[in-house]
Design a protein around this ligand. Sequence first.
Ligand SMILES: *[C@@H]1O[C@H](CO)[C@@H](O)[C@H](O)[C@H]1NC(C)=O
Ligand SMILES: *[C@@H]1O[C@H](CO)[C@@H](O)[C@H](O)[C@H]1NC(C)=O
Ligand SMILES: *[C@@H]1O[C@H](CO)[C@@H](O)[C@H](O)[C@H]1NC(C)=O
Ligand SMILES: *[C@@H]1O[C@H](CO)[C@@H](O)[C@H](O)[C@H]1NC(C)=O
Ligand SMILES: *[C@@H]1O[C@H](CO)[C@@H](O)[C@H](O)[C@H]1NC(C)=O
Ligand SMILES: *[C@@H]1O[C@H](CO)[C@@H](O)[C@H](O)[C@H]1NC(C)=O
Ligand SMILES: *[C@@H]1O[C@H](CO)[C@@H](O)[C@H](O)[C@H]1NC(C)=O
Ligand SMILES: *[C@@H]1O[C@H](CO)[C@@H](O)[C@H](O)[C@H]1NC(C)=O
Ligand SMILES: *[C@@H]1O[C@H](CO)[C@@H](O)[C@H](O)[C@H]1NC(C)=O
Ligand SMILES: *[C@@H]1O[C@H](CO)[C@@H](O)[C@H](O)[C@H]1NC(C)=O
Ligand SMILES: *[C@@H]1O[C@H](CO)[C@@H](O)[C@H](O)[C@H]1NC(C)=O
Ligand SMILES: *[C@@H]1O[C@H](CO)[C@@H](O)[C@H](O)[C@H]1NC(C)=O
Length: 424
Amino acid sequence: MTWVVYGLLKILVTGRTTLLAPSLVSCYYDVGGVELSITSPAFSQLLAVELSVYAPKIVHDDSFPIIDVGGSVSGIAAAGISFGIPGIVNFNEAKYNLSTGSGLLPVIQSFAGSTARPGTNGTRLQFSGGATLRNFTVYQQGITADVNCQAATSSQLLNFTNSNTTLGVTPSGSTSPAYTLIAWNTTADCNSSSTTTQQYVTWANASGQPDVSGTGFLPTIVCPGHVDASDVYSRFVIATQGFYKYDFLPLTICEVTPLVTITRVDYTAGGIINASQIISNQTFSPDDTYLLFYLAGVVNYHARNSQGLMNNMIGDTLYSVYSGEDNDPIADNTAEVFRELEDYWRGVIEFTATFLRAGYSAEGAFQDGIPSNMTSPLNGTMLMVTIGWANRGPIYIFSILPLGIVTLLTTIAAIYSLVESWKE
Ligand SMILES: *[C@@H]1O[C@H](CO)[C@@H](O)[C@H](O)[C@H]1NC(C)=O
Ligand SMILES: *[C@@H]1O[C@H](CO)[C@@H](O)[C@H](O)[C@H]1NC(C)=O
Ligand SMILES: *[C@@H]1O[C@H](CO)[C@@H](O)[C@H](O)[C@H]1NC(C)=O
Ligand SMILES: *[C@@H]1O[C@H](CO)[C@@H](O)[C@H](O)[C@H]1NC(C)=O
Ligand SMILES: *[C@@H]1O[C@H](CO)[C@@H](O)[C@H](O)[C@H]1NC(C)=O
Ligand SMILES: *[C@@H]1O[C@H](CO)[C@@H](O)[C@H](O)[C@H]1NC(C)=O
Ligand SMILES: *[C@@H]1O[C@H](CO)[C@@H](O)[C@H](O)[C@H]1NC(C)=O
Ligand SMILES: *[C@@H]1O[C@H](CO)[C@@H](O)[C@H](O)[C@H]1NC(C)=O
Ligand SMILES: *[C@@H]1O[C@H](CO)[C@@H](O)[C@H](O)[C@H]1NC(C)=O
Ligand SMILES: *[C@@H]1O[C@H](CO)[C@@H](O)[C@H](O)[C@H]1NC(C)=O
Ligand SMILES: *[C@@H]1O[C@H](CO)[C@@H](O)[C@H](O)[C@H]1NC(C)=O
Ligand SMILES: *[C@@H]1O[C@H](CO)[C@@H](O)[C@H](O)[C@H]1NC(C)=O
């Protein structure tokens, strides 16, 4: 019985070496498809309608607990890189090298950690085949931001104020307060006709004194469209100032200009998505007003919810950069802190865009798939290393055929030997 199998294997190997000359070959294929364009007018309209359902205001941050972007944003900012945390972000099981790579969503199924089928009319891409190694380069739409933080100049002061009232908290059964809560009204004149107010609460001891070495307060106000009253769609401003432990941060203005990009995305072996190369970028157009408000709203939501009674998540991030430099003084710690803050908010913008794109690209987000006026084309190449003829056929199926034949022959050999063994 054994000789039969051996014989077949022998034939098989011979056949492969003589007829098919198997060798590792690289083949390039063009890939194409469409993805959700979050900067299309149709999507912008949809966003306006969806957001106004929850909060009929310009900054729609009240709606974010519902779509739960705030929770996901926590700690995913690009700032993480500075702390020796590996530059890999996991979102939806996709592995991004550094942030979510310009606010994009993986389009290659095996990199997306998703088992969802490709959408109607080819949204998302699907591949199959016997390749031993594949990687892709795809040009996709991304969102990033140009963030510029600096100490406020006199023209940018926005009349930023922080007023407070102290409330003693007396436990039941006690006659004197155990601690006090300080209620803050933080205001800024986002434009000459409107004042924005944000309220915070911080902790202080029974005599109303905060522990300045352990407590941090970092109030923040987000002003959409402040920079230029006629340009309400292309940029917004974040005003912030550190108190107590964070008093190294002066009144700071961060100007955020979101950018729509075409980004080269490499999907390489190991499942890492490298989206570091921005091919081109442009600022938002009036069509993107609602996207801008959405981004400003997430920033506002995140800034507000980062402040706890004793400390602020963003403030602590900055504090470690600032105090980390103390042992080895550098020219200007504050400049370092500004760069950190810029990275932080850019990471939040990019992740927020990825989150939004992921939500509306998911199966079921639209009843009949993504409407065609909300899509943008994507293109790229697939590099596949496979076993095939050294003579590279132009058609994909030819390069996987040898593998198919080998598998088929092996199966036949196995069945044949089984049949033979029953006969004996
Ligand atoms: C997008 O297409 C839908 C129908 O598919 C249509 O109702 C809508 O008006 C279109 N939006 C724009 C901005 O063209
Ligand atoms: C991620 O990118 C950084 C900078 O380009 C690089 O140093 C690092 O090795 C990359 N990590 C992985 C896992 O590819
Ligand atoms: C794609 O894979 C090939 C072979 O594995 C490798 O030589 C090439 O550098 C990879 N391309 C990218 C962009 O990583
Ligand atoms: C904060 O604003 C609210 C409402 O505008 C007001 O009732 C309250 O007195 C203010 N508190 C302080 C400390 O200014
Ligand atoms: C409350 O505000 C006043 C005036 O701005 C300030 O002097 C005081 O330190 C603040 N209180 C606390 C506990 O920070
Ligand atoms: C700040 O307040 C002053 C006086 O109340 C006012 O004249 C000025 O316009 C305000 N600044 C802004 C940017 O609104
Ligand atoms: C509150 O803190 C201040 C300064 O840290 C201290 O002088 C004061 O004794 C504390 N008061 C109480 C009741 O703990
Ligand atoms: C000022 O801001 C408010 C709210 O942010 C907005 O309703 C108003 O139209 C703005 N005014 C100008 C002149 O931009
Ligand atoms: C990411 O891709 C860029 C070019 O697109 C390349 O220069 C860079 O080395 C790549 N980084 C990693 C970690 O592969
Ligand atoms: C956007 O494009 C401009 C030139 O068009 C370039 O100077 C800038 O660095 C680009 N920004 C990013 C984030 O790629
Ligand atoms: C898919 O494409 C066909 C033909 O191009 C078109 O009739 C149909 O409306 C498209 N469906 C969607 C969901 O875009
Ligand atoms: C893919 O798109 C990019 C940018 O839009 C373009 O430069 C490139 O030529 C396109 N490649 C193919 C194969 O269509």
